[in-house]
Design a protein around this ligand. Structure first.
Ligand code: SF4
Ligand code: SF4
Length: 113
């Protein structure tokens, strides 16, 4: 198993801990700026990465935009942890971006995730 495959598996395991409580949605500044588009919230980004890397969501430039528009402000982390969850959402989004950028380097839409 390659290093990328291992990382993808670890990311999916982390995301499986998300309880879909959506406490991280309203606090996200990009969600607020989008006037309510969930893909621009922390929870939306978690779902995008999860489904992209599990092969259930086709690669799309708009999804990349959703991931890269995250400001890394950590407001989602604070809420997620304060509500008793244990996800470092901000860090997971970064790791998802890293894997995605490797794919883009290897050939964009047609490279295997
Ligand atoms: S607050 Fe944490 S557990 Fe709840 S939806 Fe957001 S990422 Fe998932
Ligand atoms: S770190 Fe990203 S996802 Fe989390 S609240 Fe800030 S902008 Fe939203």
């Amino acid at each position: 198993m390659s290093q990328d495959d291992t990382e993808r598996k670890m990311l999916l395991q982390e995301f499986a801990k998300c309880r879909s409580c959506r406490f991280c949605v309203d606090v996200c500044p990009t969600y607020q700026a989008s006037e309510g588009v969930e893909s621009f919230s922390a929870y939306g980004r978690v779902q995008i990465i999860k489904y992209l890397f599990s092969g259930m969501l086709p690669f799309d430039d708009s999804l990349v935009y959703c991931l890269y528009s995250c400001l890394q402000c950590r407001r989602c982390d604070v809420v997620c942890k304060s509500k008793g969850q244990n996800l470092d959402v901000c860090e997971l989004i970064l790791r998802g971006r890293r894997l995605l950028s490797k794919r883009l380097e290897r050939g964009g839409k047609h490279a295997k995730l």
